[in-house]
Design a protein around this ligand. Sequence first.
Ligand SMILES: [Cu+2]
Length: 122
Amino acid sequence: MKKTLMIASSLLAVTSLGACKKEADATKPTETTTAANNMAGMPMAGPMMHGASTGIITAIDAAKGTVTLDHHEIEALKWPAMTMSFSAKPDQLTGFRIGDKVTFEIDWDGQKGTVTKIQNAP
Ligand SMILES: [Cu+2]
């Protein structure tokens, strides 16, 4: 009984570490994530998912290779609108500025989102 509760709360702890905090439980593959994975302290990334949306650039860090987007809903990932940062290659970010409205596509491995496509939106 107690063990079940502990596993449940460690799942919550892992979930809250995700980039998409509250929203992560919607995309988390709970059934395939075993307690053993979580206990190891290195939760395995889930299957790669793909999403697309529009948003506004709120920060760019070309040196770190990240872009922060205030994005609209990403239906494929069941994410509501939110602000979060994604990995992106510096050359993908060339020419973009804070405040730009963009359409973008991402890969999401359950922990980290990577921009695969980004372009200015009208
Ligand atoms: Cu997000």
